[in-house]
Structures are given as structure tokens and as C-alpha cells.
Design a protein around this ligand. Sequence first.
Ligand code: SF4
Length: 243
Amino acid sequence: MSGWNPWHGCDKISAGCKYCYVYRSDEKYDRNAREVRKNASFYDPIKKKRDGSWKLPSGEIIYTCFTSDFLLDKADEWRKEAWDMIRQRQDAMFLFITKRIHRFYDCIPEDWGDGYDNVIICCTVENQQMADYRLPIFINAPIKHKLIVCEPLLEEIDLRKYLTPEIRQVSVGGESGVDARECNYDWILSIRQQCIDADIPFEFRQTGTHFRKDGRLYTIPRKLHSSQAKKANINTHKQILTK
Ligand code: SF4
């Protein structure tokens, strides 16, 4: 998987944003994450290397817009050009995660139709309230490849009525950072069972910092969040998001 980060910065929009890593890292460098700016890497999808091959390789999933939200209103003026590049790169898949699926119809290009073949959209929901708000919009939207991401998972979520056959995967994980809110393994196992019942691939991506299992609260260093989740060995099917 390679990455393309066309713009940087974002506005907090829901509970899952409370300890957003973009804010945390910008604070370290005395920058304001609310000041959204176009990155120098904006045109990376259409840049070529000396040997004529694409800078962002063909045949890969390109993780898009990872320090912002692709559907952010402050990026409206840049999105058309971004779509133009995505349309041009039919040889690669573009994947973005959004907390703004309610802006979907304001943001798609004119020729979107029933979705671009090379775009994967992940709708993120952190609690039941956001699941009940975002997922009805998401499951009804014309998108060719749909994933649900429950990260940071803040409580047990009942996803059952949203696990329709076109959902290609559900990923879950806890929150990182020193102030991170606790994630309970029981919530993860509950979503896993819902996915098994609906025959939808499931992935446990990371434990987060404060992880409760069998009643015991563990503090897990950042570098072990993914490996500890992997050790649980509870993923099903072949995973799409795993790096
Ligand atoms: S939507 Fe994502 S990038 Fe934007 S503030 Fe929330 S967590 Fe951060």
C-alpha cells in the first residue's frame, strides 16, 4: 500500500476526533491543524519517475488523505482536481476514510455514476450514535467498494442492520495517545461475531493504548498496538486494509 496526502489539516466533527493524531502531531510542531493547506504532494498521482513509471505504483491500493478528511468542506476547492487525477489513474485503487459521509453527494464528481471502480470509501463510526447517523447514508450511497472502520472504538456498537452484502470489510481498533479512551476486547469480539453472522470480513487492527481484556486494563506502547491485535488471531478472511 502506498500513500497520497493531497491536503493537511481538519476540523473536529464528532467524539472520535477528540484526540485526533493530526492535532496531536501538529501541536508538537506548534502548527494549527485547523488551518487546512494543500500539500506539495498534491500532484503525486500523476507524477512519473525517470524510467517512465508512475511515482505511485500501478496495481496498488493508495491510502489517500491520511492527515485530513477527503470530504472536508475546507478542501472543496481542491477536490475536483483530485478526482481528475483519480480518474486518470484507473491502474490503481484509491482508498480514503471519512467521518463526513453526509457530504458525499456534495463532493462527488459529475461522472461518478454508480461509483468509480478504483475508489474504496471507508466510513468510520466510533459509537452507536455515529453508526446510526452515518451508516444509513453510507449503505445507500452509490459506491463500488465500501468498508466500515470502527476506530477509535469507544463503546459496543450494534452494526447488524448495516452489514449488507456490499460491505467488503469491517475493521476495528482502539485509540492511541496518552489520553486515549479505553477500548474493551468484549466490544471487539461483539463486532467480530456480527461480521461472522453476516459473512463479512473482519479485522482487528490495533489495541489502542488502554485496552481492557477479561476485566484487566492494560497500557500498551504504540509500537505494539498492531502486533498485539494480530496476536489475538481473530481476523477473518483476507484483509484489505492491513499494511
Ligand atoms: S475527521 Fe479525522 S482527521 Fe479530521 S479531526 Fe476527526 S479524526 Fe482528525
